[in-house]
Design a protein around this ligand. Structure first.
Ligand SMILES: *[C@@H]1O[C@H](CO)[C@@H](O)[C@H](O)[C@H]1NC(C)=O
Ligand SMILES: *[C@@H]1O[C@H](CO)[C@@H](O)[C@H](O)[C@H]1NC(C)=O
Ligand SMILES: *[C@@H]1O[C@H](CO)[C@@H](O)[C@H](O)[C@H]1NC(C)=O
Ligand SMILES: *[C@@H]1O[C@H](CO)[C@@H](O)[C@H](O)[C@H]1NC(C)=O
Length: 396
């Protein structure tokens, strides 16, 4: 009970903070960038490094080598989050609850996530409750821009900026979001293998066992964007804490789809039909011309499937954090600038480098942007570049 209420209060505080900030931030856009690829310069912070996760190992051991490498970075991020929570909760009640009570709900997590999280807590020597919390909070603060596009020869490209850490502590001195900054060194590319063969590739944050972005070579690509909705995620999470557990964490669903779905259609059905803890947008691409869609989800139902429509000249889809049939919030319009740049590039010239240009144009690139990921399903490639957005730059 107390945990549910604390979480709710915390969310409300964050929401008010958002509106207060939104009032004094003017929209900032720039002309479409070009020639930014291969990445260089002040908006490029380096490549994400590659790791293999062997799915033939027992779940408790799969993450050992990654966590051993990233232990310090993981500790730092959790410290930043704790310091941030302390501002609202000086007595440390929330962290106390996270440490004492979250482990009690661990057993309700499905396999293999339960065992993997236990393994990560053990190797990182972090309290189990804090690793569980870390695995929950990506469901809540992921604001992003995702693009899927088909070129004239029928090749599909799928790319995203992952913008994370909104409201989670503004560092005045460096004018950066503290959580976004601490996440960059945790970003890892992972090659998930069985029998020494790639099953799928994904970019994620070390210690998080769900996935938000991934490619199953030759079969499909998938990304998730947060769908903000007050009756949505918060209600779902509170229900889940109180024991109503007939729905699935989004990151866990995407991980399962990447690991076990064997076709575009199968992946689509699972993303459309599975009951979710919070609402979301899924962007899914296949390996054939015309196979691409944005699935708009409420927690229990699918509200809309928006398909690529080449006959109508619709050769790409852009999704941010708003229903595609509504206008974006005026202080947070990344959709219009992204579409403007896509139209300028044209279908003849669309490619991995030109999509990187779009994702490098402010405000599509902003202070929350942690990384840009570019995927090509037919070649089975995933490239991840860590990003920075020096001033002048929009906070989101
Ligand atoms: C990033 O990776 C690319 C391609 O693998 C390589 O050419 C480049 O030197 C790397 N850049 C950095 C900063 O590591
Ligand atoms: C995977 O490769 C390693 C060495 O490259 C080998 O020792 C191991 O037996 C292989 N595993 C399987 C399941 O083929
Ligand atoms: C994916 O598409 C490419 C060409 O677009 C094709 O060569 C390849 O065979 C396809 N892969 C599968 C698994 O269908
Ligand atoms: C994928 O399927 C296998 C076999 O049914 C199962 O053991 C595994 O837990 C599934 N993976 C995920 C992430 O759900």
């Amino acid at each position: 009970m107390a945990l549910g209420l604390s979480v709710l209060c915390w969310m409300l505080l964050l929401f008010c903070g958002f509106w207060a900030r939104a009032q004094d931030v003017p929209p900032f856009t720039e002309d479409c960038r070009s020639g930014t690829y291969p990445p260089t310069g002040p908006t490029f912070k380096g490549n994400a490094s590659w790791y293999i996760v062997n799915l033939d190992l027992p779940p408790e051991e799969r993450w050992n080598s990654i966590i051993k490498d990233k232990k310090v970075e993981l500790f730092n991020l959790i410290q930043v989050i704790k310091d941030f929570i302390k501002v609202f909760d000086p007595a440390g009640k929330i962290i106390g609850l996270v440490d004492d009570e979250l482990p009690l709900i661990l057993d309700s997590l499905p396999s293999p996530f339960l065992e993997e999280i236990k393994g990560i807590a053990a190797v990182s020597e972090t309290p189990l409750g804090e690793i569980i919390f870390y695995n929950i909070f990506y469901e809540l603060f992921t604001v992003c821009t995702a693009i899927i596009a088909e070129d004239k020869t029928g090749r599909l490209f799928h790319a995203r900026n992952l913008d994370f850490g909104l409201f989670l502590g503004w560092d005045i001195k460096h004018s950066t979001w503290m959580v976004s900054q601490s996440l960059k060194p945790l970003t890892v590319n992972i090659d998930f293998q069985r029998n020494n063969r790639t099953i799928f590739k994904s970019v994620t944050f070390a210690g998080y066992v769900g996935m938000l972005t991934g490619v199953k070579p030759g079969i499909f690509t998938v990304t998730m964007n947060e769908r903000f909705n007050l009756d949505g995620g918060f209600v779902g999470i509170i229900e889940w804490i109180f024991g109503i557990r007939n729905s699935v964490w989004i990151g866990f669903l995407i991980r399962s789809v990447l690991e076990n779905a064997t076709s575009y259609e199968e992946a689509k059905n699972e993303l459309v039909e599975t009951k979710l803890i919070s609402p979301a947008y899924f962007m899914l691409g296949g390996n054939k011309s015309g196979e691409a869609c944005v699935i708009t989800r409420a927690r229990e139902t699918c509200l809309d499937i928006w398909e690529l429509d080449l006959k109508q000249g619709m050769w790409y889809l852009v999704e941010t954090n708003y229903d595609h049939w509504n206008k974006p919030l005026f202080v947070d319009d990344r959709r219009t600038p992204a579409m403007k740049c896509m139209n300028k590039i044209t279908q003849e010239k669309i490619s991995v480098p030109t999509i990187y240009d779009v994702l490098s144009t402010k405000p599509v690139l902003n202070k929350l942007t942690t990384f840009t990921a570019l995927m090509n399903v037919a070649e089975g490639t995933l490239e991840t570049y860590l990003r920075d957005c020096p001033n002048p730059c929009v906070p989101w």
